[in-house]
Unconditional design. Structure first.
Length: 234
């Protein structure tokens, strides 16, 4: 799946590479598009200041043995399920929570918004501020954390429940544009590139892209900060 300045989202068959759907409706550049981890949904973010959730179940072939993500034709056109409005400037990124009915969005209005979905509607739950322009924000795949990056040259980790910042990473000269999390390890990555792979083979937690490259970092050390042995504090 790809998002484009032509204001569309295109879905392609992963085997044939054929375009099987063109999602239209945004009125400005589409900055990101992500599949739902389980359901036939797509969430997109756009410079038109909206986040849209698309129902793509109509793309599924009418055969009984088609599994998740196995789409082949334009049988039924995809429809917009929700349009989430509330950001005051363009939205750079949006993604689903891996297990909960939540969406997170990051925008140039310096706000990270959290949205909740039901079967019939979606609504804003809360918002977080702190970055200059928020380039990307994501839910941690294993912990109740939000990790975000922005043009203020910082990466911030927040408690998902309390919304408070618990850790900040800073670079002196580089802005961060994109961030991703390892699905199993305590690692993140961030950098300037607009897409980052998750095929990390070393013990890191995240990857981030900044103006001059990318970094891989952990939110916290995996060893104890102190230990007591034979009445001695180490």
């Amino acid at each position: 799946m790809s998002a484009s300045d032509d204001q569309t989202i295109r879905i392609r068959n992963s085997t044939s590479r054929n375009c099987i759907a063109i999602l239209t409706g945004h009125s400005h550049f589409v900055m990101s598009a992500r599949f739902h981890p389980k359901d036939d949904l797509v969430v997109s973010a756009s410079m038109d200041q909206t986040v849209r959730v698309w129902d793509i179940s109509g793309l599924r072939k009418s055969t009984p043995n088609v599994g998740p993500g196995n789409f082949e034709t334009f049988d039924i056109s995809s429809i917009v399920k929700y349009v989430l409005e509330g950001h005051d400037r363009g939205v750079n990124f949006a993604m689903f929570h891996p297990t909960l009915p939540l969406i997170i969005s990051a925008a140039d209005d310096r706000v990270i918004k959290i949205w909740r979905m039901s079967e019939t509607r979606a609504w804003e739950v809360d918002s977080c501020r702190g970055h200059f322009n928020v380039s990307s924000a994501l839910f941690h795949p294993k912990h109740e954390l939000i990790v975000s990056c922005g043009e203020d040259k910082t990466i911030r980790a927040r408690d998902l429940t309390k919304r408070t910042v618990i850790q900040t990473f800073r670079r002196e000269h580089d802005r961060f544009w994109v961030i991703t999390a390892h699905p199993q390890l305590n690692l993140f990555a961030a950098g300037e590139v607009l897409w980052l792979p998750l095929h990390l083979s070393y013990p890191t937690d995240s990857l981030a892209g900044h103006d001059s490259g990318l970094i891989v970092f952990k939110l916290e050390r995996e060893r104890l900060a102190f230990a007591v042995h034979h009445d001695t504090l180490y």
